[in-house]
Ligand binder design. Structure first.
Ligand code: PHE
Length: 408
């Protein structure tokens, strides 16, 4: 009898009738766009982190928040749902919404999956970033894999009301059975909730302003999450429509209690990195984030984190890549920019990019050799390899003639 199992990130999982992950989805595991330096997902993450570092410092001037960026995307249903008080019959658990590996394991549907375990480890202020997986239609703004940044901040009575001993964070008495109202959980005092709400909303608006600048249109919308009460969404007005960029709220007290925390209240949020990045850089299609095309990636690479970048659409026609290697002249000066100009002159708009791939100094002869990668691509049509080869040959010939290099 064949035991069917799936191997993911070096772990083996038995299949069962819950299994619905596909090869295509699995191929996204471990790509870690949020860790890829110069990727727009990484840049936006860095900007959010910088805001928290600058805004929350302890008495020694050190950042209060720490960032967790390599939490495993394979989680248990206990992490993704139970730890967050999501009822067993809740729609978000269904096979049509999640990528299940088997009945017990799934690809996390939100970064909030890790909230409880990080609190149990003793953290009060933390951020988590990573890839999340949801079954959804595929269109310009939806993709089954995207990235979220979640954050949690826990506050004790003394931290919240340092100068006012009369104020408390909890109502007296036993409120375990009382669910409270739209405004607050029964166990919380109104003063604590109002102060927490204020800090939560001003922090998240601060993050948004540090990214979008001072003037953008936004609104807070009341909403519902099983793990926060009250709960809100922040919507930003972008290109004629309201776009939801984050969800947040006052954490359900039972989640803290279950994590062994009895003297604090908390706020939490989760924001969508692609959404923010698409608005910020005017990236028109969410699939572009997964592009390995240098025409996309190089628009963001090696830039200041706060650089103002507006994405320029790349051609949809395929690239042709040809390398060229030559020995630099011994007795004459060689200037890289001369070569770039020569390539542009000969190749015109069919040249998308030229990069120096290798700079080699021969240990014995002392001669220097350069290897360049030339990326050809036409904006309006598919280039034929023969056509590219002709241009490439001409570049070689002219470089030898004009720049006195020896083609290798
Ligand atoms: N997990 C929620 C989502 O994915 C976002 C959220 C996080 C809301 C934390 C409240 C608190 O939409």
């Amino acid at each position: 009898k064949v035991v069917q199992s799936i191997s993911l990130l070096n772990q083996n999982f038995p299949r069962d009738d819950y299994t619905n992950v596909t090869e295509k989805i699995i191929s996204h595991l471990g790509q870690n766009l949020h860790l890829q330096e110069g990727h727009p997902i990484n840049i936006v993450t860095q900007r959010v982190l910088n805001y928290f570092y600058a805004s929350f410092k302890n008495s020694r001037g050190n950042p209060q928040f720490s960032m967790y960026n390599n939490l495993c995307p394979i989680v248990t249903t206990a992490q993704n749902f139970d730890s967050l008080l999501i009822p067993t019959n809740h729609v978000s658990r269904s096979k049509s919404d999640c990528y299940y590996i088997n009945q017990q394991h799934l690809l996390r549907a939100h970064m909030t999956s890790h909230q409880s375990e990080l609190m149990k480890s003793g953290l009060d202020n933390f951020l988590m970033v990573g890839d999340v997986y949801r079954r959804d239609e595929i269109d310009r703004t939806h993709y089954p894999v995207f990235h979220q940044i979640d954050g949690v901040r826990l506050r004790s009575k003394n931290q919240l009301f340092p100068n006012d001993n009369d104020l408390d964070i909890f109502e007296l008495g036993d409120y375990t059975e009382n669910i409270g109202s739209q405004d607050k959980q029964a166990c919380h005092t109104l003063e604590a909730v109002k102060l927490m709400e204020f800090e939560l909303k001003s922090t998240l608006l601060g993050v948004a302003k540090s990214i979008f600048g001072e003037d953008f249109k936004y609104r807070w919308v009341d909403t519902y999450f099983p793990f926060t009460q009250p709960s809100w969404e922040l919507e930003v007005f972008y290109e004629g429509m309201w776009m939801e960029v984050l969800g947040c709220g006052i954490m359900k007290q039972a989640i803290l209690t279950n994590a062994g925390i009895t003297n604090k209240v908390g706020w939490a949020f989760g924001l969508g990195v692609e959404r923010i990045s698409m608005c910020l850089y005017k990236i028109p299609d969410i699939r572009l984030f997964w592009s390995k095309d240098s025409g996309f990636l190089n628009q963001f690479k090696n830039q200041e984190v706060n650089a103002k970048i507006t994405y320029r659409p790349i051609s949809q026609y395929p690239q042709c890549i040809n390398d060229i290697s030559f020995w630099l002249p011994n007795d004459k000066e060689y200037c890289e920019n001369d070569f770039y100009d020569l390539v542009r002159t000969i190749g015109g708009d069919r040249i998308e990019q030229v990069t120096l791939k290798d700079d080699f100094l021969h240990p014995k002869t002392g001669r220097r050799s350069h290897c360049y990668r030339i990326i050809y691509r036409h904006m309006e049509r598919t280039l034929k390899q023969e056509e590219v080869n002709l241009i490439h040959k001409k570049i070689e010939k002219e470089a030898a003639k004009q720049l006195f290099v020896n083609i290798r």
